[in-house]
Design a protein around this ligand. Structure first.
Ligand code: FMN
Length: 222
């Protein structure tokens, strides 16, 4: 499965089977997490066989069941922490999909108190990503039409259209899709987070999808 196929197949999954993640798959995920932490200046942590974070009222309210594993997404407080958390977290999410796992970004419907993670001086937990073998593969979300999500003079370049199509597949909090991709000059794209909860984190995810599909060689971010 290549990364574009992973983006097509990824859907939020909230109900998981009990099968543990095999050691070789865990090792591959850990390797990617280490690379993301290095490149993104983050503190992502893979937590396995730990059901505590997804027991309790919030997880039930969110219809989660059987979650035994998650990635705690943490990092040093900074203005662009959310965007980096989204960008590198989605890189791990899409690798997980390629490895046959399912995921769900979770900002609210888990128990922060029971979750296991470590924070160094000045760091905070941004979000977690539930991880495991889903009871089902999930289902595609409804998307706003592309015209509401992009600004682009005609004719729209093929690479921009491809990037936008895959950006529309990106997970966003409550499926809000409050972002705008704006082709401001030849080969220059501005990505905007509109007002709303978690829209800066959403934008990091959207940027990762757009880049992978549009081809980073075709444009630069404004
Ligand atoms: C930043 C962020 C926070 C989210 N928080 C939650 C959450 O607290 N509980 C939940 O059940 N889903 C949460 N989700 C999952 C979204 O509801 C889901 O991604 C969206 O509805 C789109 O569906 P899809 O992921 O299946 O494409 C979150 C997603 C993102 C990106």
């Amino acid at each position: 499965m290549d990364i574009l196929e992973a983006m097509q197949r990824r859907h939020s999954v909230r109900r998981y089977r009990e099968d543990p993640i095999p050691a070789d798959i865990k090792a591959r995920l850990q390797q990617e997490i280490d690379a993301c932490n290095r490149e993104g200046g983050l503190h992502l942590q893979l937590v396995c066989d730990e059901p505590g974070a997804f027991t309790g009222a919030m997880a039930r309210y969110g219809s989660f069941s059987g979650v035994q594993n998650y990635i705690a997404v943490a990092g040093k407080k900074s203005p662009d922490l959310s965007r980096r958390a989204g960008y590198y977290g989605e890189r791990v999410v899409l690798l997980a999909q390629q490895l046959g796992l399912n995921t769900c970004w979770v900002a609210l419907t888990f128990s922060r108190r029971r979750a296991r993670f470590a924070l160094d001086e000045g760091e905070k937990l941004v979000i977690v990503i539930a991880l495991g073998y889903g009871a089902s593969p999930g289902a595609p979300h409804r998307s706003k039409p592309m015209a509401q999500l992009v600004r682009c003079p005609a004719p729209m370049p093929d690479w921009f259209r491809r990037g936008a199509e895959y950006a529309m597949l990106a997970p966003t909090a409550m499926n809000q899709q409050r972002f705008l991709l704006d082709l401001t000059a030849v080969g220059t794209v501005r990505a905007l987070a509109l007002p709303g909860p978690y829209t800066r984190l959403d934008l990091g995810i959207v940027r990762y999808h757009f880049e992978q599909a549009a081809g980073p060689e075709n444009f630069t971010w404004a």
